[in-house]
Design a protein around this ligand. Structure first.
Ligand code: SF4
Ligand code: F3S
Ligand code: ZN
Length: 103
């Protein structure tokens, strides 16, 4: 599961589509965590797609990640600023790859 304290235990190493990327990153095998308010651990995501389908405000967009051992597509929190903290994505992800900081 994603580390809920990633913002203390990791460092921002890059930005992508306007959000932070928390390392370590070693492409293509290790991709880190994308986003801060809506954070997706790309190294855990298995391309299930429930988050993409269920988010009521379309926070997520697919990004291709060829060569990653878990899946070749990830749910990127491209519109994390739109998040309404409903927590649906957190509940539906089968591998607990998503953390939403609703506090
Ligand atoms: Fe979308 Fe709700 Fe997840 Fe926010 S908490 S990204 S609104 S599903
Ligand atoms: Fe990935 Fe979980 Fe969404 S596996 S595609 S973050 S439901
Ligand atoms: Zn991203």
């Amino acid at each position: 599961a994603i580390d809920p304290n990633f913002d203390e235990n990791r460092e921002v190493v890059d930005t992508h589509e306007g959000h932070d990327v928390w390392g370590p990153v070693d492409e293509p095998e290790q991709l880190g965590i994308h986003g801060t308010h809506v954070a997706v651990d790309f190294d855990i995501c298995i391309e299930d797609g429930a988050c993409v389908e269920d988010c009521p405000v379309d926070v997520f967009e697919w990004v291709d990640t060829p060569g990653h051992p878990e899946s070749e597509r990830k749910a990127d929190p491209a519109n994390e600023i739109q998040c309404i903290d409903c927590m649906l994505c957190v509940d539906v992800c089968p591998v607990d790859a998503i953390d939403v900081d609703s506090t």
